[in-house]
Write a protein that binds this ligand. Structure first.
Ligand SMILES: Nc1ncnc2c1ncn2[C@@H]1O[C@H](COP(=O)(O)OP(=O)(O)OP(=O)(O)O)[C@@H](O)[C@H]1O
Ligand SMILES: [Mg+2]
Length: 516
């Protein structure tokens, strides 16, 4: 069939020329080395005159035989793997770099056609031979991807299409990669002479926002905030701010702070850097660790109130030791050792959070968790540093309903009313609710789990009442003790003033007698 329009005609011609070039490349590969060199030289001169098509190639590596795969090649490969999986006829399956899942890519001598803004682009995968500087390996076999397009689209392809390929390839790569959980805690295997850095394991936490038991509205607000942040690259650039956001998660133990961090990482496809501040030597090391983090990551400092002298507590301790030399004072030697081993300061941490070191680009979240919000220095958690403060608190009935749906697949049950009433009367953490909703044996059905929860709620109510009674008793006792002490002091004062009056009277009598 004849092509109808000029564009279609060019596409047909382009496709034919791309085919010829493709066959020519394969033919060249099977020629002896010298002949190939000869062909290479003259075919490029001849075709340069009349071929209106341009070819760009992405070789696997440079002429250095030890060189790694070029980043551009790897990104093109990822980009094409998405196109090739349903277009190419021969695919190559390899285990990913983290050996977690199979990655499909175009096999050698395969072709796929791509389209960008209505323009056809032909991609081909070739095997190329590169002459190296090595004496023993004068030639090296490498893979290469090449794209062919008409020269009238040169500007569009080189300026926009290639950027699109790199961007999309990177995105697909990030999505496909196995996410990691990094930690800076030195392990026993870590040699002492080696600079401390991040060590990683595969991050496979199953928590998601869907499985989190919390108020649905609050949950949605957090999810929207996170998604909005991840899409705001241009906005952050426009207002001249580093593309980062700080979250402060606070609340009692077992209310889901750590679980929420995992849910956040899963939502945004981020790596997690769990920063143990007490293991960081000084501010310089802190900066170094930050620079080593990758884009699309979250840096987490759990229990920040326990981390360092960020609340001014260590300073207080130190003053105490120099002021009074009592037994509780910490020996000076211990302090010197502490100072030597741990010198991350509040200002060092503030600089870290402020993003002075975020010049390396890429989106990052910084997350602090604490059980005691009031213990933290206000400078550390002010807006701009910790942009969003999220309180995770005791389980509400709404949160319970989410957990009941997830754990027991229940939306309604006659026991829900009792649970709602008890939840209004006492406090229970989502961790305790989750634990009670979990069947303990194969015979435990939903009804049994709800009964367990009711029992736990009643027990918690009793304990709270008992605690309250004890506290009241204690405060009453304290009041009584105080009253007794006050009465004794008043009595003592009375007696003393009486004695004093008697002595003065006696003295006066003595003086009178002497005068008489
Ligand atoms: N809101 C929640 N929804 C679902 N499960 C929860 C929730 N909160 C806690 N859990 C469950 O309770 C356990 C403990 O929760 P988590 O470790 O997140 O608490 P935390 O707030 O980080 O506590 P801590 O302050 O002691 O570190 C988790 O295994 C999780 O399954
Ligand atoms: Mg925690």
């Amino acid at each position: 069939m004849l092509p109808k329009t000029m564009t279609e005609m060019w596409a047909t011609v382009g496709s034919s020329i791309a085919n010829i070039m493709f066959v020519w490349t394969i033919f060249q590969q099977y020629c002896p080395y010298n002949l190939r060199q000869f062909f290479d030289k003259y075919t490029s001169i001849i075709t340069g005159y009349f071929n209106p098509y341009i070819q760009i190639s992405f070789p696997e590596g440079s002429d250095d035989i030890w060189s790694k795969r070029s980043k551009a090649y790897a990104t093109v490969e990822t980009y094409l793997s998405a196109k090739a999986s349903d277009k190419a006829k021969r695919l190559k399956a390899e285990l990913g770099r983290d050996s977690s899942k199979l990655v499909l890519s175009m096999d050698v001598h395969q072709r796929v056609t791509d389209e960008f803004r209505g323009v056809k682009i032909w991609w081909a995968s070739n095997r190329v031979f590169i002459s190296t500087r090595s004496l023993y390996f004068p030639e090296q076999e490498k893979m290469s991807y090449s794209l062919t397009f008409h020269k009238k689209y040169r500007a569009m392809i080189t300026e926009s299409y290639l950027e699109h390929v790199m961007k999309e390839g990177t995105q697909i790569g990030i999505k496909n990669r196995q996410r990691k959980l990094y930690t800076n805690c030195p392990t026993e295997k870590w040699p002492s002479y080696k600079q401390r850095s991040w060590s990683s394991v595969v991050f496979e936490h199953p928590a998601t926002f869907e499985t989190m038991g919390m108020d649905p509205e609050k949950k949605q607000e957090i999810v929207d905030d996170l998604l909005n942040f991840s899409k705001s690259k241009d906005f952050y650039a426009k207002i001249g701010k580093a593309w980062k956001r700080g979250y402060l998660l606070y609340g009692p133990p077992g209310t889901g702070k750590s679980t929420m961090i995992a849910a956040m990482a899963n939502l945004l496809d981020y790596d997690v850097y769990d920063l143990e501040l007490t293991a960081v030597k000084d501010n310089t090391e802190l900066r170094k660790l930050l620079i080593e983090t990758t884009s699309k990551s979250m840096i987490v400092i759990e229990d920040i109130d326990c981390s360092l002298d960020l609340t001014g507590q260590r300073k207080k301790k130190k003053n105490k030791s120099s002021e009074d030399d009592d037994q509780s004072a910490i020996p000076i030697k211990d302090f010197q050792e502490e100072e030597k081993s741990n010198k991350v300061t509040l200002s060092g941490l503030l600089n870290f959070v402020d993003g002075l070191w975020f010049a390396c680009g890429g989106e990052r979240l910084i997350i602090f968790t604490t059980n005691y919000l009031e213990k933290l220095d206000p400078a550390l958690i002010r807006r701009g540093r910790m942009d969003k403060h999220i309180e995770l608190s005791y389980c509400s009935f709404e949160a319970f309903k989410v957990l009941a749906k997830k754990y027991l697949d229940l939306e309604i049950h006659q026991k829900f009313d009792t649970i709602q009433r008890l939840m209004g009367e006492t406090k229970i953490t989502p961790a305790d609710v989750a634990e009670n909703l979990m069947p303990k044996s194969s015979s435990d059905d939903a009804d049994k789990c709800l009964s367990n929860l009711i029992q736990a709620l009643e027990q918690s109510k009793e304990e709270a009442a008992k605690k309250k009674a004890e506290e009241e008793e204690e405060s009453k006792k304290k009041d009584e003790d105080l009253k007794v002490k006050e009465e004794e002091a008043a009595k003592k004062k009375d007696e003393e003033s009486k004695v004093k009056e008697e002595e003065e009277a006696k003295k006066k009598d003595g003086d009178l007698k002497v005068r008489e």
